[in-house]
Design a protein around this ligand. Structure first.
Ligand code: NAP
Length: 348
């Protein structure tokens, strides 16, 4: 009998790449958990036509559906990517964020303990859990001082995972993933907002129209960006280690938002100039303002200081894992811009 792998969040970025990775690298049955939406959102998985991949009903806000999926399929792996994944929205929906990102993880653990105790569970953790940055770069021992409801929910899930692993000997882990991007990144995230805006600017120039500027928040934040495709490969390797172990995963470098903006514009042949400071800073090209700043897009927890520097210390992961990141920041930005241009062209 082939093993069953339940992957949640398959309509999103990481889940859809994980399904592709598992189909290419295993002979397991992949059960993709989806919740009911009035208008289904399958654009990231509609190209996958493999009879080993099947969609199942699995809404993390419904304990019965978690129970049904686990008791029916008795998975050998449960890879939980589903989440309210947008930090900004966690301020608008703090309770829903906690229910889906933390309480649901408790239900998954309880259900696995009772009905599939040999299952290996991966839950998606985040560098957001570190919150107040104490030192740069951040390793697995960095303290957790969450600064937003999203981060609190991920820290809580981590504690549940830890006590179930220690008390019931479950193979249950949660790594700290730093920001990872791809052409499938949700449109509200800053990288995708930039590449989508750059694609629109490209088409405006092509059609001899005035381009709309992209409006952003704090440009000083520093993030460690990797390619989501590299991350899912590492997660699968970690899930298959001899014993459970948790890792900080990122590129090991930190970049400013400008470091992502510059190659995005270069991809469409634009090399503009930065002028002004703070909220008056803007990116200008041949007299057109292509980027402007609005405090409306500053997160309530944004820290305007050197301390908002997120960089992964990947020493432990490099030592234990087959570590070769295939994509750098420039290739990543270019792949996202090119994808956004073709998506917009197909809309016309
Ligand atoms: P994403 O693209 O936003 O995908 C989130 C997925 O969760 C979607 O498939 C969504 O389904 C699903 N979902 C939300 N609520 C659900 C519910 N109640 N029941 C079932 N499914 C539900 O996120 P991602 O970027 O792939 O991230 C994957 C995971 O890694 C998340 O847990 C995220 O918090 C974590 N993470 C991501 C990053 C990053 O940089 N990408 C960094 C650190 C941690 P719908 O299509 O139905 O909305």
């Amino acid at each position: 009998m082939k093993k069953n792998v339940i992957v949640t969040g398959v309509t999103g970025q990481d889940g859809s790449y994980m399904v592709e990775h598992l189909l290419a690298n295993t002979d397991y049955n992949i059960l993709g958990g989806v919740r009911r939406l009035s208008v289904p959102n399958y654009k990231n998985i509609q190209h996958i036509k493999d009879k080993r991949f099947k969609l199942i009903d699995l809404d993390l806000s419904d304990v019965h559906s978690i129970h049904e999926a686990i008791t029916k399929y008795k998975p050998s792996y449960f890879i939980n990517f589903a989440a309210q994944s947008f930090v900004g929205a966690s301020w608008s929906f703090p309770q829903q964020t906690f229910d889906v990102n933390a309480t649901a993880v408790l239900h998954i653990l309880e259900c696995l303990r009772k009905h599939a105790p040999d299952c290996r569970l991966y839950n998606a953790g985040s560098s957001e859990e570190f919150g107040n940055i104490k030192y740069v770069p951040q390793d697995e021992k960095h303290p957790s001082e969450p600064r937003n409801p999203y981060a609190v929910s991920k820290c809580s899930a981590r504690q549940f995972i830890k006590i179930y692993r220690e008390s019931f000997n479950l193979f249950a882990i949660q790594c700290w993933l730093f920001n990872h991007e791809s052409p499938r990144r949700g449109i509200e995230f800053v990288t995708r907002k930039i590449t989508n805006g750059v694609a629109k600017i490209h088409l405006a120039y092509k059609n001899k129209k005035k381009p709309e500027p992209i409006t952003l928040g704090n440009l000083n934040a520093q993030r460690d960006w990797t390619d989501a495709r590299d991350c899912v490969r590492l997660i699968w390797d970690i899930l298959n280690l001899r014993s459970p172990n948790e890792y900080v995963i990122g590129s090991g470098s930190s970049y400013t938002i400008k470091d992502f903006i510059n190659p995005s514009f270069e991809c469409i042949g634009i090399k503009g100039k930065w002028r002004g400071e703070g909220v008056n800073e803007e990116y200008v090209y041949k007299g057109d303002v292509l980027i402007k700043i609005s405090p409306e897009f500053y997160r309530p927890d944004a820290i305007n200081s050197w301390q908002d520097i997120r960089t992964a210390d990947i020493t432990k992961a490099k030592k234990d894992l087959n570590w070769n990141l295939e994509s750098g920041l420039k290739e990543l930005a270019h792949s996202m811009v090119e994808n956004d241009i073709s998506l917009l062209q197909n809309l016309d």
